[in-house]
Design a binder for this molecule. Sequence first.
Ligand code: NDP
Length: 252
Amino acid sequence: TGTPLAGRVAVVSGASSGIGAATAQRLAELGANVAVLARRKDKLDALVDSIRAAGGTALAVPVDVTGRDAVQAAADQVADQLGTADLVFNNAGVQLISGITELRMDDWQRQIDLNVTGVMNVIGAFLPQLSATAEAGRPADLITTSSIAATRILEKFSVYSGTKAYISHLTRLLRVELGPKNIRVATIEPGMVDTELPDHVTDPDATRLMADLIAQIDVLQSTDVAETVAFMTALPAHVNLTEITILPTAQV
Ligand code: NDP
């Protein structure tokens, strides 16, 4: 059918731009009711307007996911206003690559705060809702955005890669506990996607490195990743695609 996700309650973090925004839009098109989480309220409101204009259902939940209490409040708001979350796309992340001897410790900390602590805050706040969904016999999904950087050895990517390796391995471990409880757990590991992600890099050498890499090839669009997440979540509940690598064809 055109609405394989009809009635699902989806939560997308990092939904104000890039991969998260495109995925929220796609899940809504496929019938899901979508809660969109990020800090920039204006961007979330615009996304919600666009989903509603297309006939979908969406709720803007402005939140900084690095704050544990704030994420819990967001989870409570989703349950109250949209229903029990049954699909969590744990996607907010920041990539502040730099040479390690630059000692950009603020950048190290920001990546750890969001890509590790923020990811755990979302899991902690929403897992009870996913568990309740699975116990009720309905499909439940927890998908986290890692990166090809989780497994590749790339110059200047050390701390970012470390946070993404954490996510990829965390996902393998979560499956051991949550798979038997009928919660589908997966990670998606994209290669280069055309988003705002590189815009926040503070090391000029690293900015040049990224710009050179991106200029060389036909990179992925956020909609390519969105379509993949939609595919993973629309599969029958007993089918779990666990670790999906999605690369631009020309990226090696
Ligand atoms: P964007 O920069 O476009 O998206 C990042 C999102 O995270 C934004 O919506 C941003 O919104 C949100 N965010 C940032 N900080 C916080 C915070 N403290 N609390 C809540 N939300 C926050 O980049 P992408 O779409 O590319 O990134 C999405 C994910 O994809 C990330 O995890 C990234 O590591 C991963 N990825 C991206 C690749 C790429 O090439 N682009 C490749 C592989 C993985 P706001 O500022 O409004 O809070």
